[in-house]
Ligand binder design. Structure first.
Ligand code: UDX
Length: 439
């Protein structure tokens, strides 16, 4: 049977999921409480930068299979399978995740659910949330037991959201009945037909898989950045060290790039929420190492500011600093917890005259940090700079010509915060080249 799908919450995850499911041939109704978002998505306009997503959004709209609404009543009537894709941000001043958007979706949808359907949670949540929401659904939905909850965490990466949704590494389903499992296997049939592994498990395990994956990735990054700290003290080269480690298949080379560390809307808040939840469960000792992972990560930002100050001659007073990169990673316009902007702001606070450039995140950065200076291009931002900092490894920065950039700066000094440039090439052009974790 061909199910009709709804996607509740059309942020990063929801917009991607809705457009991809429509591209697979499903009829999809996306819902958001923000009428502005619904209007722009209905017009084929994406509020975010994500390669390939706007194209499939427009194709979905043109095919008539994809629509958007603000009405829960309409969504409940339309859908056989409802995907919940709202965010779970970090609570202000706390480590814990704020799951109030999830509760709001369930409370708004459930009273209209008067026939058999499956509700699928995709958001990243503290373990135990799924069972709580299942109980709430059972209480509030007129169809009672005919409404079933499945937990199906999403692992997509920004910049690769479409690819990761269409060709996931694995599909994890937390289920309580064979019936719901069967529905989900049918919905994901196009992926399963390509051999995508599926793991069927219970609610708490499915919730934990997601946070465990992010905790592992964060740990890998902080591990190599801890090695970078030791390399700095021992005059060793963390880039060579990382390369040598990567040939051990048990370790692998991915997520072992030393540099300014992780940011974004997921890894930092997910490891903090994981620690908070483990504490509530009395298992906080199991995750104390994540506190260290977080601390190592934040120390990289401080070290970057120190290195920049050193190159500036000991103080930022009267110093012009060019910051290349504002997004938390390349191919994204997301500036949430961006290490690059964090460094830029700290240098500004210490008296530096900072000019930032980013290929797509400039608008977001300007809105969030109006006191920083902004350039129209890398060369524009670097004009008259005493120090250049590469903080997000966009390809266009890796491709910069050291001679051309050298022609506009006041001093040929660069700190490669992502270990992305070829040191020899830059040094050969007369640049004083420094990088985190390298002599
Ligand atoms: C992450 C997870 O990868 C994804 O599975 C989950 O669903 C959401 O969180 P994302 O936040 O899009 O995805 O970014 P990711 O590619 O994981 O990068 C996170 C941060 O780590 C970036 O700031 C990146 O610059 C940094 N990073 C990554 C490193 O510093 N070194 C590395 O080797 C890899």
């Amino acid at each position: 049977m061909s199910y009709r799908l709804t996607v509740l919450g059309t942020g990063y995850l929801g917009a991607t999921h809705a457009a991809c499911m429509a591209a697979l041939g499903y009829e999809v109704l996306g819902l958001d409480v923000d009428p502005g978002k619904v209007a722009s998505l209905s017009a084929g306009e994406l509020p975010i930068h994500e390669p390939g997503l706007e194209e499939i959004l427009r194709q979905g709209l043109a095919s008539g299979r994809l629509r958007f609404t603000t009405s829960y009543e309409e969504a409940a009537e339309f859908g056989d399978v409802h995907f919940i894709c709202v965010g779970t941000p970090q609570k202000k001043g706390e480590y814990a995740a704020d799951v109030s958007y999830l509760d709001a979706v369930v409370e708004s949808l459930a009273p209209y659910l008067n026939r058999e359907c499956v509700v699928v949670g995709k958001s990243t949540v503290p373990v135990g949330t799924a069972q709580r929401l299942a109980d709430k659904l059972a209480r509030l939905a007129p169809a009672g037991e005919l409404v079933e909850l499945v937990w199906n965490p999403e692992f997509l990466r920004e910049g690769f959201a479409v690819r990761d949704t269409m060709r996931p590494d694995r599909i994890v389903l937390g289920v309580v009945s064979d019936k719901a499992e069967k529905v989900m296997r049918e919905v994901y049939e196009p992926m399963l037909a390509e051999g995508t592994p599926v793991i069927i498990t219970d609610y708490p395990t499915s919730e934990l898989v997601k946070v465990a994956a992010n905790a592992f990735l964060a740990t890998k990054i902080s591990f190599i950045n801890a090695m970078a700290e030791v390399c700095e003290a021992a005059h060793a080269d963390v880039k060579d060290l990382s390369l040598a480690l990567s040939f051990d298949e048990r370790i692998g080379g991915r997520f072992l790039n030393p540099g300014l560390g992780f940011g974004g809307g997921c890894l930092p808040k997910d490891i903090r929420a994981f620690m908070a939840r483990a504490g509530e469960l009395g298992a906080d000792q199991a995750l104390t190492f994540l506190r260290e992972v977080d601390a190592i990560n934040m120390r990289r930002r401080a070290r970057m500011v120190d290195l920049a100050r050193e190159l500036a001659g000991g103080s930022f007073q009267g110093c012009t600093v060019a910051v290349l990169g504002a997004a938390f990673k390349p191919n994204s316009d997301d500036i949430r917890d961006s290490p690059a902007l964090d460094v830029a702001v700290k240098i500004r606070e210490q008296g530096g005259d900072v000019t930032v450039y980013d290929p797509v995140a400039l608008g977001n950065a300007r809105k969030a940090h109006p006191t920083l200076g902004f350039g129209a291009s890398a060369l524009d931002a670097a004009k008259g700079a005493h120090v250049v900092l590469l903080l997000t490894e966009w390809q266009e920065f890796i491709d910069l010509d050291p001679e051309e950039l050298g022609g506009v700066v006041a001093a040929r000094k660069i700190v490669d915060g992502r270990n992305a440039l070829d040191a020899e090439t830059w040094r050969a052009s007369g640049w004083h080249y420094r990088a985190l974790g390298r002599p």
